[in-house]
Design a protein around this ligand. Structure first.
Ligand code: FE2
Length: 213
């Protein structure tokens, strides 16, 4: 079973994303209550270390007065994807893990597939781990054994199927990824659907420049 797909048709500029991260990092680290007991929803409340989603609206409204629109590389990346996805700049977010943070195996809520762009460390840091999904007769699901690890490309973005159990065990580096949620505004966008669109040449933008807002 395929858990991810490296999008070798396109490249991203890791240095440009890292420059933007360095720009917002002081405010983010000051504001996001890292190394505290108030941690991300769904994670064991006794867990000391944590990870954060840095949303566009929070950056604009609460912390910086500007958001991901200020990063020309993120705007360029947004324009690469087919307008049928109805993507907007808010579909991007940086996801920041503290040193030592372990995101235990889970299935995402609110999205089925996303695109990952590793920002720092420059080699992409620790891999993502995928686990067996055990489906019981009563429909209940359970996380099984580790089945695959993947070291992200730092040249090409990667499409990830987050309907599979996955988790990350961070090392002693800060780990920052840009994520693009596919299908937050269009229902039923799945990993398989994205693969189909890729095959049909309906995944990337073709033709005239589409003006995203
Ligand atoms: Fe996840």
């Amino acid at each position: 079973m395929e858990n991810y797909l490296t999008l070798t048709d396109i490249k991203y500029d890791q240095n440009a994303l890292n420059d933007f991260w360095e720009l917002i990092k002081p405010k983010v680290l000051e504001s996001y209550n890292f190394q505290s007991d108030a941690i991300q929803n769904g994670i064991d409340k006794t867990e000391k270390w944590n990870g954060r989603r840095i949303t566009n609206s929070e950056l604009i409204d609460k912390y910086l007065g500007f958001g991901y629109n200020q990063c020309s590389e993120i705007k360029r990346l947004l324009g690469l994807f087919n307008k049928d996805f109805q993507l907007i700049i808010d579909d991007f977010c940086f996801v920041v893990y503290e040193p030592g943070f372990e995101f235990s195996p889970h299935i995402d809520e609110g999205r089925k597939v996303y695109v990952a762009f590793p920002v720092t460390p420059s080699d992409g840091g620790v891999p993502i781990n995928f686990y067996e999904k055990i489906v019981h007769e009563d429909g209940g699901i359970q996380c099984g054994q580790l089945v695959e690890t993947y070291n992200y490309s730092t040249i090409h973005p990667t499409l990830v199927d987050v309907t599979k159990f996955h988790g990350v065990k961070n090392d002693n580096n800060w780990r920052v990824y840009l994520q693009l949620d596919m299908g937050c505004d269009v229902e039923n966008i799945t990993f398989e659907d994205c693969k189909k669109r890729l095959k049909e040449d309906k995944f990337y933008y073709k033709g005239e420049i589409y003006e995203y807002t």
